[in-house]
Write a new protein. Structure first.
Length: 168
């Protein structure tokens, strides 16, 4: 056990089981992409949706598990930048498309390709869990990692600090 702890950190079994199940679930996702595709183009589209989901999950997992303080600051800056881009420019450009898709989905839900929605969601979850667990639990010492901050607020402005509170 000591050998595993020296190589993999304080939680070697979490890392091993995450890796094993990631390979199994990843293979299952690829298998589902292939068997649920009616033809070669549909299989390719299924694989693309799963790949985009996995990459999105990877980014989410990295964002919520910084390795050190410098990485936390960098990821916080990237999160703010991406958040501004998505909320400002991208959402404005894809809003008409999303409104049309939501209208179609509510009028005839049977025409929505729920298989691809499920493949994307499963890939996002798998990618996020694998990256989060590996980045969070692979440190030789638990106290070397900063705590993940889901808020995009800079440190010191969160609800736990005294900043911005008036005393009675």
């Amino acid at each position: 056990m000591d050998r595993w702890t020296r190589k993999l950190g304080p939680h070697p079994f979490s890392l091993l089981f995450t890796g094993i199940f990631a390979v199994l679930f990843g293979a299952l996702l690829v298998y589902l992409c292939v068997i649920l595709g009616a033809d070669r183009a549909a299989v390719g589209l299924n694989l693309l949706v799963a790949l985009l989901g996995a990459l999105s999950g990877w980014a989410v997992g990295m964002f919520f598990s910084p390795i050190d303080e410098r990485d936390a600051q960098r990821l916080q800056f990237v999160g703010k930048t991406v958040g501004a881009f998505i909320s400002g420019y991208l959402l404005g450009k894809i809003d008409p498309f999303l409104a049309e898709q939501m209208k179609r989905a509510t009028e005839s839900p049977s025409q929505v390709n729920w298989v691809r929605v499920g493949l994307c969601a499963a890939s996002v979850l798998l990618g996020a869990v694998v990256v989060f667990v590996n980045r969070s639990y692979s440190s030789p010492s638990e106290n070397q990692r900063p705590q993940p901050t889901p808020s995009l607020a800079p440190p010191g402005l969160g609800s736990r600090s005294g900043a911005g509170r008036k005393s009675a």
